[in-house]
Unconditional design. Structure first.
Length: 549
């Protein structure tokens, strides 16, 4: 159905879903519209709202690790922490439209139980004792709906049990309190569905990213200290970069994926696989998440996982050898991304602790050709069936990504050919990486900062590493788009993709957008990525990282 033709029943059903979601926000935490309606930048709204007490603000400015330690020391209770984040998430929702559901009563009951257990036994439940954690909508949480961005699935996807990773996090003492927005189809680098658009807290005229855009916006506004996203083409890294936070896409096969609802194609297809991953305001919290999940030995339940506990890198005097990729060879990044790259390279070089070498781009266009075909083995049939049930219009970005499939199911022969091409690409990239001999790669997350809504159509700086199955993380630089420094001349690019990116970038429109870079490691070298991220973050942002800003 054409996006411009929206039947009345769609409007009614969407309005009902929005009203149900809005009713979850406690009345006492609702903002007057004047609190944020005149500002493009809302990311510090929680610092000025009188909904939060001074103690609440102290809590939401802690990392997850610091908050856990503060609860263990009895400085705060789990209930204190949960109340603070319920308030803060309520404000974030009203400013950015980042939530699908809030379950405050259930969360507070869980927090009180954790406090009682701690008082009774003198021991914490686990490494996340009392820490409120947000979670992307399409991940199963017991007794909660998981419509995954489709209006036709609202109230039809109530989960009978927790996803595998949710079980592990609960056993470690986590408190779940909100589910966050993802886009129609899950296959967008923006977040727009029947609930509307999720906005970027730094500039609501720009996208928060996707598909974990609700997490990106919520964490950026201190409505969560640690959240769970998913990534099959950049869905953790793009919103993390757009919203100025940290995010990590692990290697597929390190952490469990079972229990994520992906109503888009045949179960059992493994041409390209998705992975969960953490999003946070601290590098340490990324590692806390990975260490906690792998301490749960998920491979004993899911034998497809590598039976490798988290093994932090031991720091040595050997310099970290970093490959530098300034462009993927298809689209040269716009001015602010180039500025951020050079600024970070310069700061790292000043320390004398890093060795840097150029990393030549390797077959970027070929990688997208393989990956974009692998995404839709059914040609989008399942997705279109979900839309037809309620006459939901197909979002233009959904339409764009499906178009790469040719809109028809793959034959078994084509699937085998594409998987063979994927595996050949992985072997050749591995040889390219090993020839250069680097520990990690530093590169852009995308060719531009957060773009205007509806324009995110170049995935290859992130999706490339999904095809490779290399772990990758987002490094906030602390820089933002400057309308004077980052003016870009409108000129003809080398190809249609480059023309498109430059036509949609405007330094004034993008003012204030965070600038972030990507740190990539070799396949299954997840610990190296986090270790390198820590070293670089210390140079750029100081001992407290993002929290110091």
């Amino acid at each position: 159905m054409s996006p411009s033709v929206v039947p009345p029943d769609y409007y009614a059903l969407a309005a009902k879903a929005i009203a149900a979601r809005d009713s979850c926000i406690p009345a006492e935490y609702r903002l007057p519209k004047s609190a944020h309606s005149l500002s493009l930048d809302v990311h510090e709204l929680n610092e000025t709202s009188d909904i939060l007490t001074d103690e609440d603000r102290e809590i939401i400015n802690l990392s997850a690790l610091q908050l856990r330690d503060a609860i263990v020391s009895t400085r705060y209770s789990a209930e204190d922490a949960t109340k603070a984040y319920i308030k803060s998430a309520s404000i974030a929702q009203q400013a950015t439209n980042c939530l699908v559901e809030m379950f405050a009563g259930e969360a507070l009951e869980r927090a009180r139980w954790l406090d009682q257990e701690f008082q009774r036994t003198g021991r914490v439940v686990g490494s996340l004792h009392g820490v409120p954690i947000s979670i992307k909508d399409h991940i199963s949480v017991k007794d909660h709906d998981s419509p995954s961005g489709f209006l036709s699935l609202v109230d039809k996807m109530v989960c009978e049990e927790d996803a595998h990773l949710v079980k592990i996090l609960r056993e470690a003492g986590a408190v779940f309190y909100v589910k966050t927005t993802n886009p129609q189809s899950l296959m967008q680098l923006e977040t727009r569905c029947y609930l509307g658009i999720t906005y970027n807290p730094y500039n609501i005229g720009l996208t928060s990213g996707g598909s974990s855009g609700g997490e990106g916006a919520l964490i950026s506004m201190k409505g969560s200290c640690l959240g769970v996203g998913t990534d099959i083409g950049g869905s953790i890294r793009t919103p993390a970069a757009n919203c100025g936070i940290y995010g990590f896409k692990p290697s597929v096969g390190r952490i469990p994926y079972g229990g994520a609802n992906t109503p888009m194609g045949p179960v059992g297809y493994d041409g390209i696989l998705c992975t969960h991953g953490p999003m946070a305001r601290s590098v340490d919290d990324l590692e806390l998440y990975m260490r906690t999940l792998l301490a749960g030995e998920p491979w004993l339940v899911d034998p497809s996982l590598s039976p490798r506990p988290w093994s932090p890198m031991v720091q040595t005097e050997k310099k970290l050898r970093i490959g530098i990729l300034r462009s993927d060879g298809v689209v040269t990044p716009v001015a602010p991304i180039r500025r951020a790259m050079e600024a970070v390279i310069g700061k790292l070089q000043e320390t004398g602790n890093f060795e840097m070498v150029d990393f030549e781009p390797f077959n970027s266009a070929r990688a997208w050709g393989i990956l974009s075909a692998l995404y839709w083995p059914d040609g989008g049939e399942v997705l279109e069936a979900h839309l037809r049930r309620v006459s939901e219009p197909m979002d233009p970005l959904t339409d764009w990504i499906i178009s790469w499939s040719g809109r028809k199911p793959m034959s078994g022969k084509l699937q085998r050919e594409l998987v063979a091409a994927r595996d050949t690409f992985r072997r050749e990239l591995a040889a390219h990486w090993q020839k250069i001999g680097i520990d990690v790669l530093l590169c852009p997350v995308g060719p531009s900062p957060a773009p205007p809504h509806g324009t995110s159509k170049y995935w290859n700086y992130t999706s490339y590493w999904n095809l490779a199955n290399y772990p990758a993380a987002v490094l906030p630089t602390g820089l933002t788009v400057d309308p004077v420094l980052d003016t870009e001349l409108k000129c003809s690019g080398r190809n249609a993709d480059e023309d498109y990116i430059y036509a949609n970038y405007d330094a004034v429109q993008s003012q204030g957008a965070p600038l972030s870079l990507q740190v990539v490691g070799y396949a299954f070298d997840d610990e190296m990525v986090i270790a390198a991220l820590k070293q670089m973050d210390l140079v750029l942002n100081g001992p407290k990282g993002f929290l110091a800003r």
